[in-house]
Ligand binder design. Structure first.
Ligand code: ZN
Length: 424
């Protein structure tokens, strides 16, 4: 199962925290992540201007409930942190069901699930509950208590940098602002942590920058503070929704023809029968900010399911049963393939471009012809030799030939050590 168990257990460990775009839940999440990888935790004060936005007040919550006239809690934040409208202002009141109703969110079509709702930018308060429980509420006087605070504080995010042989960077980002839901967003966090662990234990050609950031305001804050660094980003991936059992979906960068777009498509094509490639559109996760026209970074988004397109999305149905070790492991495996393609993709020049160089006498062709096992490798040798005129990288050659990148890369390595091609 590889790292699947580790990733699933990390999701379980992070699941209970009441995350939001700021506050203790984010801090607890970052300090849990830092048990596994040494992230730097950055704090930016409320009120700081970041691009066209302002870092909001910090939100914290201790308790929230609604009691009926006999003192029974009919909604209780302690049972599920989805019960509170995220960023609810503090509230102590007594009211009729009629008045309370305006502040209750349910999903009538999915009556057993609690919805996840937020109100970051409008001062509001509210509760989320299953539609079935809502129907049980009687005409009564209800006591409301939301013990939350909205005060000057900080927005926190985590950053982890792994220095490679070159300063050019691969950016890996994932959002960390959702309360108890497993696929959105804990699967992205756990896969990113496992990937960071893997990369930090080996030597890499590229440098890698991991961001664990609250959605939207976090990427805007990071971009605002790091404008001079974005030019270093050569490839980027937003990771999210990686624990469910859907096929993979890749959303292209804004330009749509960046190397990362070609690499992910190549890895998907060579490893999966079914997958989705989605053209960029200005909605979704933090790719919206990285691909805003001023930055226009080569950043795509990798997920399994797509947001809003699965029933459990933003509900209590996105729980620990909705994700599993196998799916997480498969996601990590694909991302490692993507990273290894990024790392191994070079341009070469054929040093014997006049006629085919004789491969047999260099021990590169099998002695007995017609062996089907080595056929694709031998074809890869011919493809690499034929196309290595400094205009095509190994990924292009894999695309043109239909031979997987790994085999093309192996062929190039053997041709290079036989002195037939030269890295540019
Ligand atoms: Zn979400």
């Amino acid at each position: 199962m590889g790292k699947g168990v580790f990733m699933y257990n990390l999701i379980k460990e992070l699941f209970p925290f009441c995350r939001s775009i700021t506050g203790q839940g984010v801090r607890d999440t970052l300090s849990t992540i830092s048990k596994y990888i040494p992230i730097e935790i950055v704090e930016v004060k409320s009120g700081t201007k970041v691009l066209d936005w302002i870092v909001p007040l910090e939100w914290n919550i201790r308790e929230a409930w609604v009691k009926n006239s006999s003192g029974k809690k009919v909604i209780d934040f302690n049972k599920s942190n989805l019960h509170i409208l995220n960023y609810s202002i503090p509230m102590q009141a007594e009211m009729s069901l009629e008045q309370l109703r305006d502040h209750i969110y349910t999903i009538p079509e999915k009556p057993d699930w609690i919805p996840y709702r937020t109100s970051y930018h409008d001062e509001n308060w509210g509760f989320c509950m299953t539609h079935n429980d809502f129907l049980e509420l009687e005409d009564d006087k209800y006591k409301i208590n939301i013990d939350s605070t909205l005060k000057k504080g900080v927005l926190s995010y985590g950053e982890f940098f792994i220095e490679g042989n070159i300063p050019n960077e691969v950016l890996i980002t994932t959002h960390i602002c959702h309360p108890s839901m497993a696929n959105d967003n804990l699967s992205g966090i756990s896969v990113a942590v496992a990937l960071a662990e893997y990369l930090s234990k080996r030597e890499n050609y590229y440098s890698y920058r991991f961001l664990f950031i609250p959605g939207t305001i976090g990427s805007i804050t990071w971009l605002s503070k790091n404008r001079e660094k974005v030019g270093q980003i050569e490839h980027g991936l937003v990771l999210t929704l990686l624990g469910d059992s859907s096929n993979f979906n890749y959303k292209k960068s804004r330009k749509g023809n960046q190397m990362i777009d070609k690499i992910v498509e190549n890895c998907l094509k060579n490893n999966y029968k079914s997958y989705g490639i989605i053209d960029f559109y200005p909605y979704g996760y933090d790719e919206r900010q990285f691909c805003s026209p001023g930055f226009d970074l080569p950043v795509g988004r990798l997920s399994r399911a797509c947001h809003g397109e699965f029933e459990e999305y933003h509900t209590s149905g996105d729980n620990l049963d909705f994700v599993n070790e196998k799916n997480l492991d498969e996601s990590l495996h694909l991302i490692k393939k993507i990273v290894n393609t990024i790392e191994g993709n070079f341009y070469f020049n054929n040093l014997f471009p006049y006629g085919e160089p004789q491969l047999g006498k260099r021990g590169l062709f099998k002695k007995v012809g017609g062996e089907s096992k080595s056929k694709s490798f031998e074809m890869a040798l011919l493809w690499v030799l034929n196309q290595s005129d400094s205009t095509k990288c190994l990924l292009d050659i894999s695309d043109i030939s239909g031979i997987s990148f790994e085999v093309v890369k192996k062929a190039a390595e053997e041709l290079e050590s036989a002195g037939l091609i030269e890295k540019i």
